[in-house]
Design a protein around this ligand. Structure first.
Ligand SMILES: [Zn+2]
Length: 236
């Protein structure tokens, strides 16, 4: 099983690891700080190398309990250890957008009792879909934008911790995020809590405080059916 360093420390930009398996351009490591993608957050990019040997890491994915890193070229089979370096600008942008999505989700739940149905982040934009029962006007969207920016400006700490599955199931804040859908074999669930606003089970990487997100601006909104609404936004 690959040790997932990003779960403990989302700010790890570099790490050293041992090669567990090397097959063509694909390498499995005993530990990694590269996020393999999931929950709407894209896989990281960066580089892996040692001494004169090096390659760009263009993609990553989970495979069983391991994380497989896809390189842009093969590296010699004699290499045993590698140093990984993240494309930090890109990853930090994903962290800001991911935390912004949770703040937005907390706001529309608190103020409109609307539940999130999906979300996707990029390094320069994000979108969120939710089930919104009311009228979907420019005024409502503008209100969501100012409420979200107010919440971000409160400099709320973002806490990451684990709960026993039973404890998580009993937590009323977690019910709307469908913690009951977490597979039963998972005994401990990872929680991301934006203090006083939003608590979710989540495997992604986040900033430590909403002040690092900055300000969001809604760039588009769509109604995709009576209940299903979409918001697109950028961070400044
Ligand atoms: Zn999330």
């Amino acid at each position: 099983m690959t040790e997932e360093l990003f779960l403990e420390d989302s700010y790890a930009k570099e790490f050293e690891a041992r090669i567990v398996k090397l097959e063509g351009r694909e390498v499995t490591l005993d530990r990694t700080a590269f996020y393999p993608g999931g929950g709407g957050q894209p896989a990281d990019k960066g580089s892996l190398g040692i001494g004169p040997v090096g390659a760009d890491m263009v993609d990553a994915r989970r495979e069983g309990g391991n994380i497989v890193h896809v390189l842009d070229r093969a590296i010699p089979g004699t290499v045993r250890d590698l140093r990984g370096t993240l494309d930090w600008e890109r990853r930090f942008a994903h962290m800001r957008y991911h935390t912004a999505l949770h703040v937005l989700s907390g706001v529309i739940w608190r103020n409109f009792e609307a539940k999130v149905t999906g979300g996707q982040m990029r390094a320069d934009r994000a979108r969120m879909d939710f089930s919104f029962p009311g009228e979907w006007t420019a005024d409502v969207v503008g209100e969501i934008e100012s409420l979200t920016n107010e919440a971000l400006a409160r400099e709320r700490p973002v806490r990451v911790y684990e709960l026993e599955r039973e404890e998580a199931l009993a937590n009323p804040d977690l019910i709307r995020t469908q913690v009951n859908l977490v597979p039963e074999r998972v005994k401990r669930v990872r929680i991301v809590e934006i203090e006083g606003l939003d608590t979710q089970t989540d495997g992604g990487t986040h900033v430590a405080n909403t002040r690092e997100v900055g300000e969001m601006g809604i760039t588009g909104h769509k109604s995709k059916g009576r209940q299903n609404k979409r918001i697109e936004f950028v961070l400044r």
